[in-house]
Write a protein that binds this ligand. Structure first.
Ligand SMILES: Cc1cc2nc3c(=O)[nH]c(=O)nc-3n(C[C@H](O)[C@H](O)[C@H](O)COP(=O)(O)OP(=O)(O)OC[C@H]3O[C@@H](n4cnc5c(N)ncnc54)[C@H](O)[C@@H]3O)c2cc1C
Length: 370
């Protein structure tokens, strides 16, 4: 079976789906996903929080843009995609001052304890709060993008791993899930597999590294206040937030891994519970479930978005790291502008990474600001 389209998007996570829904009114789209379900990998394993004060300036700008787009979307559709949930940073004076930026502002020790009474008073010196954050219903957002893309004519095909791709005479011939797909452009939204997919397409890698991060849901004796902020240690040793009658917790690790169906390492969550029981009064004793996802990053820590400089029919949409949801609509808007008008000046962020052409390890000269 053969299908023709303008743009083939590879990857059915938040990156691929948000682009599909934005681009589908302008171009004929096929999206293929290797797994039987959309969002199976990192996009179903996040903490579901959008934090405008988190990340480098370009990421903060994309997050503000995404929040604006989602607010309009909620107003138009009535979908409850986000709910207000502040972000509280605690730690030493030095660590909090070093981490706080953008919309985060300092608050007193007493104010922090009022916001999260379960924190042990002697476990931190200083605190900052970002009240512009929201919690996100990520399943609803993924489903919204799938439906919007399909309503606009896109074909979304799960169980279809790209296994072969050739670029001849300005067009792609791609094999995925027993089909042949012909497209003018291939968009690489393959998450942790983005460099692998590039290799399969004959394109040089961007040096993307998947970093493991684990999270868990734990029961607690007294259900936390649902209005409690997400609380994070400024030294990156933990975060937690209310999740129904329990807590979502993470040790905040960033350990280089490989592209795979990542699973928690035995002992990691137990060590985190021990730590949380010294800095809070929750008295956690067990784990309901735990998972690990891959936050895939470039060396510069910025998403790489745009046409490959050597193979112009190949478009990068990768390296979203720990910001994939909070930047998703901003990046989809930017990518759509680039894909629909080759002369488009990138809107908004001044310093996303342009895909580079130089080989791995050749230095920062190969990186250019968009
Ligand atoms: C513990 C944790 C907490 C996080 N918390 C947050 C948060 O609070 N807020 C936030 O904004 N971000 C958060 N993130 C980051 C966010 O989840 C990611 O940035 C985002 O999900 C990445 O989406 P993606 O679409 O790029 O990748 P993925 O969701 O991994 O999607 C890529 C898809 O491509 C498919 N694929 C790969 N190769 C092929 C192929 N050859 N053929 C077909 N399909 C292929 C894969 O099967 C996969 O489904 C968190 C991440 C983790 C791990």
């Amino acid at each position: 079976m053969s299908i023709e389209c303008d743009v083939l998007i590879v990857g059915g996570g938040i990156a691929g789906l948000s682009l599909a829904s934005e681009l589908a009114p302008h171009r004929s789209i096929v999206l293929v996903e290797a797994e039987p379900t959309l969002g199976y990998h990192t996009s179903s394993r996040s903490a579901r929080q959008l934090i405008p004060s988190y990340g480098p300036p370009a990421v903060q700008e994309l997050t503000r843009r995404t929040l604006g787009i989602l607010a309009n979307l909620q107003a138009d559709t009535g979908l409850a995609l986000t709910t207000p949930r502040s972000f509280l940073l605690v730690g030493t004076e030095h660590d909090v001052a070093g981490k706080a930026s953008g919309s985060m502002h300092p608050i007193s020790h007493a104010e922090a304890l009022e916001l999260c009474p379960q924190l042990q008073p002697d476990s931190f010196e200083a605190a900052g709060i970002d009240t512009t954050c929201v919690g996100m219903n990520t399943d609803l957002l993924l489903e919204y993008h799938r439906r919007t893309a399909e309503d606009a004519g896109a074909m979304v095909i799960p169980r279809s791993r790209v296994t072969d791709a050739r670029y001849d005479d300005g067009a792609w011939c791609v094999r995925a899930g027993g089909r042949t797909i012909r497209a003018d452009v291939v968009v690489n939204a393959a998450g942790a597999w983005a460099d692998t997919l590039a290799g399969l397409c004959g394109v040089a890698p961007q040096g993307l590294v998947p970093f493991r991060r684990t999270a868990a849901i734990v029961p607690v004796d007294r259900a936390p206040d649902p209005g409690m902020p997400m609380v994070a240690a400024a030294d990156d040793s933990f975060y937690f937030r209310a999740d129904g009658s329990g807590l979502l917790i993470s040790p905040c690790e960033s350990v280089p891994g490989t592209a795979e169906d990542a699973q928690p390492i035995p002992g990691d969550i137990e060590a985190l519970i021990e730590r949380l029981n010294t800095v809070t009064t929750f008295g956690i004793t067990s784990t309901s479930r735990s998972w690990t996802g891959l936050r895939t990053e470039t060396a510069a820590g910025l998403p790489v978005v745009g046409f490959d400089p050597v193979l112009p029919g190949f478009f990068w949409l990768a390296g979203q790291g720990g910001y994939g949801f909070q930047t998703s609509s901003g990046i989809a808007e930017l990518a759509t502008a680039l894909l629909t008008d080759a002369r488009a000046e990138p809107a908004g962020p001044a310093c996303l990474l342009k895909p580079r052409s130089a080989p791995e390890g050749s230095g920062d000269a190969a990186r250019e600001a968009l």
